[in-house]
Design a protein around this ligand. Structure first.
Ligand SMILES: *Cc1c(COP(=O)(O)O)cnc(C)c1O
Ligand code: SF4
Length: 342
């Protein structure tokens, strides 16, 4: 007891190991159900090899460290566990491969446009974590253009269309790309005069917080176009002090911070869970932007919650939080001119 009281934050800083570089985190991430379950004290029989063969397991150790030990219902584990429910029956397997019409929205290689004024650049086909509910789990990422030469066609298309005011860097996850390449991309985008906003969609700050490193902050800070940073946190247990620090650095570098989450059955589709999530987010000056109704993708149907539950959650948030803390509950329907409010 005495030693704990005697230790100052500086002592803690000096004794805790330096965080590994983010590239190292990706390299040493967990890639098998057996290893994941061993680390958190659960039997390997709760994972499905068939599901893992369909969509490989991939989880950095920083994310595993936020899971509770020995709990098969842990909300973070459930986001990444190759679950037998993914391949349980015909229904599980029958849903769409491309539920949101990405193939039809492709304007040039790697550039999707569905909505007026904004276009989405598939900056990388790689993610820093494999989320089992993801609608992009069947996207042909191998064909996604990579690096400066791969992005050139998309940059030309944006340059030649003055109606595009905003570019979303998405993927995959754009922050799996090296900062030297991202700096190049930001410079190119910033030279396009009609482009006023650059939005970065990434789950990395919550998965590998040390990815928010000085080089990244440099290219955020140097952008002429306004930078919006949309993270993806589904459950309050994902939020810890390293995530908070990373987001604060982004904010102090001039980015506006938003969050989107996906409504996941039995995981975050309870009013109190969403209330705690939104409260923690706004305490970090992150505005809850969207709660997405699940996109119907094969292998993820067991995560589908209901629209009624979503409405009850929004009502609960409205009654307990400031208006700016209440996210929009939406779904994406192929061919619609915006996300569809529910
Ligand atoms: C979701 C999405 C956007 C962004 O929509 P907002 O409502 O502006 O957040 C843009 N482009 C594509 C292709 C999208 O899927
Ligand atoms: S695109 Fe986002 S939600 Fe999908 S697997 Fe990658 S990080 Fe997860």
């Amino acid at each position: 007891m005495a030693t704990i009281l005697a230790s100052t934050p500086d002592d803690v800083e000096a004794t805790s190991p330096a965080p590994v570089r983010w590239q190292e985190s990706l390299r040493t991430a967990i890639r098998s159900s057996d290893e994941l379950l061993r680390l958190i004290g659960l039997p390997k029989s709760i994972a499905s090899e068939t599901a893992a063969a369909d969509f490989p397991v991939f989880v950095p150790r920083e994310f595993v460290a936020k899971m509770s030990f020995g709990n098969p219902q842990d909300p973070l584990l459930r986001q990444v566990l190759a679950d037998p429910d993914e391949v349980a029956d015909e229904w599980a397997r029958s849903a769409f491969q491309d539920p949101v019409g990405d193939t039809a929205a492709t304007r040039s290689p790697g550039l999707l446009q569905k909505y007026s004024g904004r276009a989405l650049l598939i900056t990388s086909g790689v993610c820093a974590i494999h989320c089992r509910y993801c609608f992009r789990r069947h996207f042909p990422y191998e064909t996604a253009p990579k690096g400066p030469s791969g992005w050139q066609a998309a940059l030309d298309a944006i340059q030649n269309d003055s109606s595009i005011e905003e570019v979303l860097l998405s993927g995959g996850d754009p922050l799996t790309v090296a900062d030297s390449q991202l700096q190049w991309l930001m410079d190119q985008l910033n030279q396009i005069e009609h482009l006023n906003r650059i939005r970065i969609h990434s789950r990395v700050p919550v998965v590998i917080p040390q990815r928010v490193c000085p080089d990244l902050l440099d290219w955020v800070r140097s952008s002429r176009a306004a930078v919006y940073f949309v993270v993806h946190v589904n459950h309050p247990q994902e939020i810890d002090s390293s995530f908070a620090d990373a987001m604060k650095k982004l904010r102090l570098s001039g980015a506006s911070l938003l969050n989107q989450s996906v409504l996941l059955r039995g995981l975050n589709d309870a009013p109190d869970v969403q209330l705690e999530l939104c409260r923690k987010l706004i305490n970090l000056q992150i505005i809850p932007y969207y709660i997405h109704h699940l996109d119907r993708v094969s292998g993820a149907m067991h995560f589908e919650s209901s629209i009624e539950i979503g409405h009850a959650i929004i009502q609960h948030l409205r009654e307990n939080l400031p208006g700016y803390a209440v996210p929009r509950f939406v779904r994406e329907l192929a061919g619609e001119p915006s996300k569809t409010p529910l």
